[in-house]
Write a protein that binds this ligand. Structure first.
Ligand SMILES: Cc1cc2nc3c(=O)[nH]c(=O)nc-3n(C[C@H](O)[C@H](O)[C@H](O)COP(=O)(O)OP(=O)(O)OC[C@H]3O[C@@H](n4cnc5c(N)ncnc54)[C@H](O)[C@@H]3O)c2cc1C
Length: 287
């Protein structure tokens, strides 16, 4: 329960943080809220010799509108997401999801950037980012680049982020006013990671689904974008038969582990149940 020895660094700019990470190579690791990394270090599953704490970098914090996008600094905490008026108005699924992550103590420190950069399929925000069509802004020694969330996740704890890069911000195209949304999560108890969860963002036009994007949490090595399921629903009035087909399409792309949250077949079925609930709630909320 005690981490290995490490040196602690606290830069005050992205440039300095990137410089330190480049200098340390495999011996360095970015530290955000520490609520995934420090437990891993205590279990000695991670043993970085240098921690580069991003907490002193003001430019990584805060939320702003940028044209039709909302840009959220990577060090914005889950607690900040819940309290943001801008996000409550424009992207309310972020508040709904944050409220289902862990408990207030974790949310006071845990950051959006850490949650999406971590690569743990149990993290809740990645599936929401897939449904929202978010883009991640990364900065490294070679400069800045942007990667679509839908292309970011490659395996458990394996992402498109290169060694020495820092995630600086998450850019989200604000869904149209009147969109429907829901994040439905099955967990064993308050504060637990998902047995299965589903994020839905949809728009309606004259009683028919005009667009529908679906993300799934913790039912594969990566968060899943259930593209075929979303497409099946477009043009429908979300009648029971079409929803059943879409849910089957979503279940078909899952490949969960059998673990203490249940056997694989059960977790797949629970992903379907969460998706059915999320679709109904998103439909009820859509204008
Ligand atoms: C009891 C408990 C329950 C929890 N339950 C849930 C839950 O239900 N759902 C959920 O989603 N999460 C849960 N978490 C995890 C929590 O949300 C973490 O805060 C989050 O996963 C990681 O964010 P962090 O800011 O703490 O990142 P850290 O732990 O500091 O970092 C995590 C990883 O991301 C990297 N990293 C962080 N920020 C950046 C960046 N800006 N650029 C590059 N790399 C970066 C780090 O190097 C590290 O590898 C739980 C944690 C605890 C302790």
């Amino acid at each position: 329960m005690i981490p290995g020895a490490f040196a602690y660094h606290r830069p005050t700019s992205v440039k300095d943080a990137v410089g330190l990470l480049a200098q340390f190579g495999d011996d360095g690791r970015a530290l955000a809220g520490g609520h995934s990394l420090i437990p891993m270090m205590k279990l000695r599953l991670a043993t970085p010799a240098n921690l580069v704490d991003l907490a002193g970098i003001a430019e990584l914090k805060g939320t702003r509108a940028d044209g039709d996008d909302v840009v959220i600094g990577a060090m914005t905490t889950q607690h900040d997401l819940i309290g943001s008026q801008l996000l409550g108005d424009k992207i309310p699924i972020l508040r709904e999801t944050s409220e289902q992550i862990a408990d207030p103590q974790v949310r006071y420190l845990g950051t959006l950037g850490g949650n999406v950069a971590n690569g743990d399929p149990g993290n809740d925000m990645p599936a929401v980012m897939l449904a929202l069509g978010a883009t991640y802004q990364l900065t490294g020694k070679k400069g800045e680049r942007r990667v679509a969330a839908r292309e970011f996740y490659q395996g458990a704890y394996f992402t498109a982020m290169e060694a020495g890069e820092i995630l600086t911000a998450i850019r989200i195209p604000a869904p149209p006013a009147g969109h429907g949304y829901a994040y439905e999560k099955l967990k064993r108890k308050i504060g637990d990671y998902a047995t299965a969860a589903a994020a839905v963002i949809l728009t309606m036009n004259a009683g028919k689904v005009a667009s529908c994007a679906i993300g799934l949490t913790n039912v594969a090595e990566t968060p899943l974008f259930a593209e075929a399921a979303g497409k099946l629903l477009v043009g429908s009035g979300l009648d029971a038969a079409t929803v059943k087909k879409a849910v089957a399409a979503a279940e078909a792309i899952t490949a969960p582990a059998s673990d203490n949250r249940g056997p694989a077949a059960y977790r797949t079925k629970m992903a379907g149940v969460m998706l059915t609930r999320a679709l109904a709630r998103a439909r009820a909320r859509a204008a």
